[in-house]
Design a protein around this ligand. Structure first.
Ligand SMILES: Cc1ncc(C[n+]2csc(CCOP(=O)(O)OP(=O)(O)O)c2C)c(N)n1
Ligand SMILES: [Mg+2]
Length: 552
């Protein structure tokens, strides 16, 4: 520990020391940057990736799974390193993930001159906040501003660019205290008014977003839903904020949806958005016109953004839900509505009918394997509470999201307001680092794997025992409708590769699975490789071009 009076330290050492004081546990990174050496000396393990966008993804997955309570950090070199991180940073920005990015910057005498890349200039559109250090003694103040931006208000990526010539300069004695976070509750007048609206509603629906996860407000969400006997749907990013095996759960709405979500959303008179942005986006449910909209969010910028908010509330999801619970209990008594089970019964019936229509695909014996069968078999191999599952862009997302039941907070990572192919691999490594006791599984198509596949070696080398599922249909099935002529004339959709071989070549456990009866045993072997040898596993399932989805 540096005492402020005795040591003169260098900028990179000061940054590493501050990261430690703020609770960072590892540094996701790729050289060359002197921050790596400083972090290692300070006892922060460097997790070196193969490609910067994946390295950002590792920090991202770690921050998501810990609901921003622990610090995901990524450091990279100036120029190509910073340039190569863009896709990862854009993902953290569009999904509002609190990640600290530490690019080295070009030397101060050339940083603003063509052709040198400037992170501060180039990343402005995809960061919540950024700053370039110009003087060594700026470090403690700049780091305090950065960490404060991560921990207070709406989450998002923040960036501190450290010019190469400044990074190794000495700074005088410095003082740094970890920042103290704070949050706001809703205006009590708004809460009273909205409680009346909820109590008078004919068919209200709660629309829960990732703000519930970041606020760790899942217990409050269950309590309020039960008190009012109101059904709950989640957004893609909010998936796992409400247990999807609860009788009042409607499931998740993204590009694909469960039937109960769509049914209740259509017939709702009041939609109560909590911890969500109500963004109009291909990955979000469209709110049908004519609904009374309650919008509770910590971010004022999201209110009235895409929909008129009849009842805006600005506040932290946990505090706002607690306020509602209190007011509702005052009006209805401690037990709330006893609920004759009508809503739960309607949900159950609808879910059963919907599932009946999908059972043929979910349990299909066809060869090549149907992707839905892989999902179904996984659901019956593992208890979702013991795992963290995430999708990738493409069909695997649209197939998994409606059917895979998220029963405990963060047992599923829903992502993708910027749905970059390949993102799931970094996220699952970060998730596994945060919760090593969980089985961590990412689903990818063969095109998604192609984007980042060599970073499977990052998992092997760093002993991050994940299971990467590649659904190999030798094509980009989701593009079937978008490029028929190019495909007919030139076969433009199709891809090739033996990914299990690649997994083995990179030192992991690798298996190609072609028969449906082998799906469960293959998952079991992969889990064993994870547990007994700390070895990541790559399971390549040869699948059909399945393009039927549970659409709204
Ligand atoms: C970086 C990036 N480029 C392009 C896309 C557009 N895109 C989404 S899915 C997809 C193809 C997915 O193919 P695959 O991963 O094999 O999944 P499949 O649909 O075949 O199951 C493409 C090109 C994207 N999401 N991200
Ligand atoms: Mg494919």
């Amino acid at each position: 520990m540096f005492t402020t009076e005795v040591f003169i330290v260098k900028v990179n050492d000061a940054i590493a020391e501050i990261l430690k004081r703020e609770g960072a546990e590892f540094l996701s990174c790729f050289p060359t940057t002197v921050i790596i050496e400083a972090a290692a000396q300070a006892g922060l393990r460097p997790v070196v990736c193969r490609q910067e966008r994946v390295g950002v993804g590792i920090a991202d997955g770690y921050s998501r799974v810990t609901n921003g309570k622990r610090l995901g950090v990524f450091a990279m070199q100036y120029g190509p390193g910073a340039e190569n991180a863009f896709a990862g940073v854009a993902t953290t920005y569009s999904d509002s993930v609190p990640v600290l990015l530490l690019p080295l910057g070009h030397r101060s005498d050339r940083s603003s001159i063509k052709p040198y890349f400037s992170s501060t200039r180039s990343y402005e559109s995809v960061t919540k906040w950024m700053e370039r250090i110009n003087l060594p003694e700026q470090v403690p103040d700049a780091m305090r501003r950065a960490i404060s931006m991560l921990r207070i208000g709406k989450p998002g990526p923040v960036m501190l660019e450290i010019p190469a010539d400044i990074a190794t300069q000495e700074i005088g004695p410095f003082d740094y205290r970890p920042i103290i976070s704070s949050r706001a509750a809703g205006d009590p007048h708004d809460i009273d008014k909205v409680a009346e609206v909820l109590l008078g509603a004919r068919c209200p629906v709660i629309h829960a977003g990732q703000g519930v996860l970041y606020a760790e407000a899942w217990d409050e969400l269950i309590e309020l839903a039960e008190l009012l006997q109101v059904p709950v749907m989640t957004t893609l990013l909010g998936k796992s904020a409400f247990p999807e095996n609860h009788p009042l759960s409607l499931g998740t709405a993204a590009r694909t949806v469960t039937r109960p979500v769509q049914h209740f959303l259509n017939k709702a008179d009041v939609v109560f958005g909590i911890g969500c942005s109500f963004s109009r986006h291909g990955m979000s449910a469209k709110i049908p016109p004519g609904k009374v909209l309650i919008h509770a969010t910590s971010d004022a910028d999201d209110i009235n953004k895409n929909y008129f908010a009849d009842y805006p509330i600005i506040g932290d999801a946990k505090l706002v839900l607690q306020q509602f619970i209190e007011v509702i209990k005052e009006r209805l008594g401690k037990r709330g509505r006893n609920g004759n089970g009508d809503v739960a019964h309607e949900i159950k019936k609808m879910k059963e009918e919907w599932m009946k229509g999908w059972l043929a695909k979910l349990t299909s014996d066809e060869v090549p394997i149907n992707a839905y069968r892989v999902i179904w078999d996984l659901m019956h191999t593992l208890d979702p509470k013991d795992a963290i599952v995430t999708h990738d862009a493409g069909s695997p997302r649209d197939q998994l999201v409606p059917f895979y039941p998220a029963t405990t907070p963060r047992c599923y990572l829903g992502w993708g307001k910027s749905h970059g192919l390949g993102t799931g691999l970094g996220l699952i490594m970060g998730a596994k680092l945060a919760q090593p006791e969980k089985v961590a599984i990412n689903f990818m198509g063969d095109a998604a794997f192609g984007m980042v596949g060599t970073d499977f070696e990052t998992a092997v080398r760093n002993k991050i025992p994940i299971i990467t599922v590649v659904l190999n249909n030798f094509t980009m099935a989701i593009e079937t409708h978008d490029m028929p002529i190019a495909h007919e004339l030139y076969g433009s959709r199709d891809l090739g590769g033996n990914y299990a071989d690649m997994g083995r070549a990179m030192g992991g456990y690798g298996e190609r699975v072609e028969k449906p009866s082998e799906i469960v045993p293959a998952f079991q072997r992969a889990i064993r490789a994870n547990r007994e040898e700390e070895r990541p596993a790559l399971l390549e399932f040869i699948t059909s071009e399945e393009i039927t989805f549970s659409l709204p």
